[in-house]
Design a protein around this ligand. Structure first.
Ligand SMILES: [Zn+2]
Length: 153
């Protein structure tokens, strides 16, 4: 059987830093990320599609818009996150200091490298967003720059 896949990319802007990085990636900085989703299915639908491209937009791309775009991604074990929480008056919420800060910072369960972001999107976000669909997210490519990317598959 011929393997057919489809791809759609989405561009977002995020801040992050890589904890423990040997050089400047340990500092707070950001990227204009391009994230490419690849989907596949066992068979095509009656119209000859794996899935309508608009479904990728309304699920996976929309998840990026709602959760990561224009946010600061910090590892939950990043000491900076604890310091920010202290500043905000302890507890899990930043709201005591500044509601915008709470919305701006996203604590993620991994050091936010392109590799870990790609793996999280593939293994966690994809199955959630495409639950109940015959389509599977089979590859995610996260480009930090035009020169540097990571792919999970
Ligand atoms: Zn970076």
């Amino acid at each position: 059987m011929t393997m057919i896949t489809i791809e759609r990319y989405h561009d977002i802007s995020c801040g992050h830093r890589v904890c423990g990085h040997e050089t400047k990636c340990r500092f707070l900085h950001g990227h204009n990320y391009r994230i490419t989703f690849t989907c596949s299915a066992e068979s095509l639908d009656e119209l000859g599609r794996i899935i309508d491209f608009s479904v990728i937009k309304s699920t996976l791309c929309e998840w990026l818009e709602q959760n990561w775009d224009h946010k600061m991604l910090l590892w939950e074990n990043d000491p900076l996150l604890a310091q920010m929480r202290l500043l905000a008056g302890a507890g899990a919420a930043f709201d005591a200091l500044d509601a915008n800060l709470g919305e701006s910072v996203v604590a993620v369960s991994f050091n936010p490298t392109a590799e870990n972001m790609a793996a999280y999107l593939l293994n966690t976000v994809g199955p959630q967003q495409l639950a109940g669909s015959p389509v599977r997210l089979t590859r995610v490519r996260v480009e930090e720059t035009r020169k540097c990317s990571a792919t999970a598959e």
